[in-house]
Write a protein that binds this ligand. Sequence first.
Ligand code: 3ON
Ligand code: FE
Length: 490
Amino acid sequence: MQLHERASTVPTHSYQRQDWQGGYESLKTEYDYWIDNIEGQIPPELQGTLFRNGPALLDINGTPIHHPFDGDGMISAIAFKDGRAHFRNRFIRTAAFIEEQKAGTILYRGVFGTQKPGGWLANAFDLRLKNIANTNVVYWGGKLLALWEAADPHRLDPVTLETLGKDSLNGVLADGEAFAAHPRIDPRCNQDGGVPCMVNFSIKPGLSSTITIFELDPAGNVIRQHAHNVPGFAFIHDFAITENYCIFFQNPIAFNPIPFVLGLRGAGECIKFLPNQPTRIVVIERNKSRQVQILETQSGFVFHHANAFEQGDEIFIDSICYESFPEVEAGSDFKQVDFDALKPGQMWRFHVNLQQQTVSRELIEPRCCEFPTMHPEKVGRACRYLYMGAAHAATGNAPLQAILKVDLESGQRQLWSAAPRGFVSEPIFVERPGGESEDDGWILALVYDATYHRSDVVILNARNLEQGAIARLHLKHHVPYGLHGSFTSE
Ligand code: 3ON
Ligand code: FE
């Protein structure tokens, strides 16, 4: 009896930290095989390729990097054809990756605190950025592009994943010029007669920061480009679009570059969150006037937005908000993070009224969540369903172990959980050909399974996550926790 009582007062978790840590082991082998270990059945109508990007080298020749966001990017491609699936993974051969692999040692500092060996003296005044191409991958205009927000894209062969070099978007970007890792595809651009276009941005941070917006036509040409100056330092990872606007959240932070310059910290470790300052919402018109409006809302930190849309005089933006920026401690080990000591990211809906210049917000999902996605045809429009990675438990902060579907109309929720030993990545929604409703399709996600130290490609029925996986494709190895990806049926 007593034992039982004592056990129930110990906080219980849906996961073991050691299991979670297994997904942060480097994957150094490059594979190319047909997946033959499958539970369930791959829907034969599911045709196309799921591309994923993410840091897959968590050490350089045995020396751990300081933070996963500093890891060299690796693409995984899962190609679905006639009910079968093929897996391939390849590192992006960035110039720095090639140099470091040849040298067998860290030659570049990382934004999130990875330092060259030899202490601060060996790092001081080395202000070069290592373009690690690790954040997203998108197929657009006949090109497969690996993206990292602080520099230019790398172009890859969509079949072999061979790195073809850096891509300037047909001469638009200068060498090293930033192109963010969060493009949004407007499915029916009203400036182009309803043809799709890809909208992306770049940030040039400083005492005041420059936001540049790029719009690319389906052939991959930049057809609109405009730059705007906003006051203050800006670290903006993602944005949202509506039919007529681009929306950026300028989180309240201060940047003190001195420890970076002196070789003591990475640039990203010099960001200080300002809890008493408002978040600025920067709304930029996409069409001719290109007017910039800046509104304020309460303090908080946003990496990712789910979607935005216009309704009357208002713009609605659904975003994952943290109470503050998760500052990276210089001496700490990310694998030892105490999840319980951190506040969860939660989904909020912001209402921006441009007539009255007011902002209000409401909590739409209290469960700890990240990596929101939706039906691609609804980008910038009102949508009914959002999908996201989520914690297994309804409250508290924890690693992502579940996929959550939120019905914004009825308020209903569906949860598919891989707990206790599974850990999920960003879900991707793929429409079923001829799909009849907004959720008629599949959710694809890589799930790390600590039991076998390998990853599965999981296919869920987006209409009913709770029926369990339609198929689990067991890979021969693990894929380290990734960041973003996309699906292309071309
Ligand atoms: O010095 C300035 C500050 C700064 C931070 C300028 C700058 C442009 C060099 C800069 C660089 C920013 C970069 C390179 C940001 C890269 C971010 C990145 C690779 C990933 C961000 C991921 C965000 C989230 C929320 C990930 C969540 C992951 C999980 C829940 C678990 O897998
Ligand atoms: Fe992101």
